[in-house]
Design a protein around this ligand. Structure first.
Ligand SMILES: Cc1cc2nc3c(=O)[nH]c(=O)nc-3n(C[C@H](O)[C@H](O)[C@H](O)COP(=O)(O)OP(=O)(O)OC[C@H]3O[C@@H](n4cnc5c(N)ncnc54)[C@H](O)[C@@H]3O)c2cc1C
Ligand SMILES: *[C@@H]1O[C@H](CO)[C@@H](O)[C@H](O)[C@H]1NC(C)=O
Ligand SMILES: *[C@@H]1O[C@H](CO)[C@@H](O)[C@H](O)[C@H]1NC(C)=O
Ligand SMILES: *[C@@H]1O[C@H](CO)[C@@H](O)[C@H](O)[C@H]1NC(C)=O
Ligand SMILES: *[C@@H]1O[C@H](CO)[C@@H](O)[C@H](O)[C@H]1NC(C)=O
Ligand SMILES: *[C@@H]1O[C@H](CO)[C@@H](O)[C@H](O)[C@H]1NC(C)=O
Length: 558
């Protein structure tokens, strides 16, 4: 009881202070100038980087336009990230009904959250830091090889304050010890890495935008939706059309470039609505074609996760009950320490194309995860058996295929920018993804059978799903695993790739991230990734934005 009262008062006080402080920067304006050198669309993970880098040059003027406003204070507490979902700081997208997966979700639909406001998805994500592995970049175009990106990875590591999961964390230790007993090839097991500072979220909003937002040459326009990219007859992007909060429409000119950082869903949507995309698709909506680029919105990929619940006897995990104790709450609010200061991902493992994240909490809150993800009740309860028990010890292995082959798309549903586009990830369309996920699941199970986990009484739960009852209830059985995957696997929020960069003419942007067929228009965000990262994408998106800023400012050699 008291912990709630105490926590509520603290939240209130801190929120008020936060609100006063964060609304005062000089760059946040209400009435934009008629023109700027650079106009950046979207203040998310990438947009915050680009805005801060370009405005370092004092005789260059920059406008950053963001559809949302400020994230509240809750977004700064790492473990509370899920509470941002399905609120007004989330675009709250959902997929088309899936034909090959998501049978345990209402209407076979997955919810796809995306952050809306200064910081974007980087302000609601789980902060896991990763650069994948060197081979991930083999097929990327000139300038974006692993070697080319290395200096930027170093820069990102320095700026983003990468931390590792707490010392003396039993589950992480058990997981790291598994490497020795498994004697497997190509296995890397490491502690969870995440970006945080003094117990608070550390995003590009903090690391980049806040450093820049008192510069006189940077203007930031919030609560303003960019509805169209405007072109001159010679196909130069020369400005944007916006819809202000009060519904009025305006135009702002860009004398050098328009830069799209609107993210994996909104960037292709905005391109399509501005006449850049498949001519055939544009015709259906009577949108005049500016550049016929059939791949706009294509090549969408994500990591589909299968959470394996592991029951424990030893008291070594985080439980809902432990999170709600007075010492735990105080330790965070007073010292910035404890579970609230972490993202719960204790360790991460990779073996060939198998990925596993160890989430140190098994007793998920049914009301939160079930409704946020759109799970139906029966499969939810089958997958997370301690759904109603806040004291049960356990954890989740979040298993996934690191290099899925299925590719989905973003396309138009309507010609109104305020309606969400059609999002079809086509999860598990390619059967190889089932095989790859099966290997990841078995890799996780193998680690759970190593001595330290056995000492803790670890038992992997094989769910009893109605749809899979005709099969032996055992993840080693491929058909059973396939069945469980198609019912209960869920997005890991790593959607990327809808405006692929490439050297070939079919790609949406070239090696300098310039949109093909037009001039003075660039894309810098998670949509340009040509192929998946064997890990979490956010830090890679930051590195891309850092390098792209250098390309614009001619600071790179190529
Ligand atoms: C819940 C969740 C958890 C995640 N966890 C992790 C993790 O732990 N580790 C990791 O590496 N990655 C994680 N990710 C993924 C990662 O956060 C994203 O890949 C990354 O933030 C994408 O950056 P971006 O710049 O492409 O887009 P975003 O950060 O989404 O930014 C796009 C911005 O553009 C704005 N915008 C869009 N359209 C318009 C418009 N028309 N006009 C004006 N503004 C517009 C949006 O409001 C937003 O602010 C997670 C994502 C989510 C949603
Ligand atoms: C800014 O200054 C540099 C050198 O001082 C000059 O080369 C450049 O053209 C200027 N840029 C603008 C946008 O005026
Ligand atoms: C799913 O299959 C149905 C019937 O074959 C088809 O009409 C629909 O377009 C498919 N949906 C997706 C998202 O692939
Ligand atoms: C390790 O993985 C790489 C690519 O991921 C592969 O080429 C190599 O054969 C693997 N090595 C072993 C010993 O499995
Ligand atoms: C990785 O692949 C190699 C080669 O195919 C295989 O020998 C090894 O066992 C694999 N490792 C794991 C953990 O699956
Ligand atoms: C919750 O888990 C604890 C620890 O295993 C157990 O003692 C208790 O009986 C469980 N409660 C319920 C309601 O299942």
């Amino acid at each position: 009881m008291w912990n709630y009262v105490l926590a509520s008062i603290l939240v209130l006080v801190v929120s008020l202070l936060y609100h006063c402080y964060f609304n005062s920067p000089a760059s946040i304006i209400v009435h934009p100038n008629a023109h700027y050198d650079y106009v950046i669309v979207g203040a998310g993970t990438a947009g915050c980087v680009v805005a801060s880098r370009l405005s370092e040059i004092s005789n260059v003027t920059v406008l950053l336009v963001e559809a949302g406003g400020h994230f509240g204070w809750v977004s700064s507490v790492p473990i509370l990230a899920p509470f941002m979902q399905r609120t007004d700081v989330d675009w709250s997208y959902s997929t088309e009904p899936q034909n090959f997966s998501s049978k345990g979700f209402w209407n076979h639909i997955q919810n796809i959250p995306r952050g809306k406001g200064l910081g974007g998805s980087g302000q609601i994500n789980h902060l896991v830091h990763s650069f994948g592995k060197p081979e991930d970049y083999k097929a990327w175009p000139k300038g974006w090889s692993h070697a080319d990106l290395l200096p930027y990875f170093k820069k990102v590591s320095d700026i983003m304050n990468v931390m590792s999961s707490p010392e003396e964390e039993y589950l992480a230790e058990a997981f790291l010890m598994a490497e020795e007993s498994l004697k497997l090839n190509n296995v890397t097991l490491q502690k969870g890495m995440y970006t945080a500072k003094r117990g608070s979220r550390w995003s590009t909003f903090n690391a980049h935008l806040q450093n820049a937002w008192n510069r006189r040459n940077l203007h930031i326009l919030t609560n303003t939706l960019v509805s169209k990219i405007l072109f001159k007859e010679n196909l130069n992007a020369d400005g944007i059309e916006v819809i202000y909060k009060d519904g009025s429409v305006g135009k702002i000119a860009a004398t050098k470039e328009v830069i799209l950082c609107a993210g994996v869903i909104n960037t292709p949507q905005l391109l399509l609505l501005s006449g850049i995309g498949s001519a055939e698709e544009l015709d259906k909506f009577q949108i005049p074609v500016v550049s016929n680029l059939p791949e706009v919105g294509k090549n969408l990929f994500d990591h589909l996760l299968l959470p394996l619940y592991v029951n424990l006897e030893a008291r070594v995990s985080v439980t809902l009950y432990k999170l709600q104790t007075v010492p735990e709450v105080l330790s965070y609010f007073v010292y910035g320490r404890g579970w609230y200061a972490t993202n719960g991902i204790m360790a991460v493992g990779r073996a060939n194309d198998s990925g596993v994240m160890l989430f140190g909490m098994g007793s998920t809150d049914e009301n939160i995860l079930k409704s946020l993800s759109n799970y139906k009740t029966e499969p939810y309860r089958a997958m997370y058996p301690s759904y109603n028990n806040g004291t049960q010890e356990g954890f989740l292995f979040l298993t996934h295929c690191l290099q899925p082959k299925s590719r989905g798309s973003v396309s138009l549903k309507s010609s109104d920018i305020r309606h969400q586009p059609k999002i079809d990830p086509a999860y598990l369309q390619d059967y190889d993804d089932v095989l790859c996920s099966h290997r990841a699941i078995n890799f996780a199970i193998q680690t759970a059978e190593t001595p330290k986990f056995r000492e803790y009484g670890a038992k992997v739960h094989h769910p009893d799903l109605e749809e899979c009852r005709h099969l032996p209830r055992d993840y080693r059985d491929l058909e059973y695993t396939e069945c469980v995957l198609r019912v209960a696997a869920l997005t890991s929020y790593h959607v990327c790739g809808t405006c692929r960069m490439g050297a070939d003419d079919r790609s949406v942007v070239d090696e300098k991230l310039r949109v093909r067929g037009v001039k003075r228009l660039r894309i810098i965000d998670s949509s340009v990734l040509p192929s998946p990262i064997s890990g979490n994408p956010n830090s890679v998106v930051i590195a891309i934005a850092e390098r792209a800023s250098d390309v614009i400012l001619h600071r790179t050699s190529d």
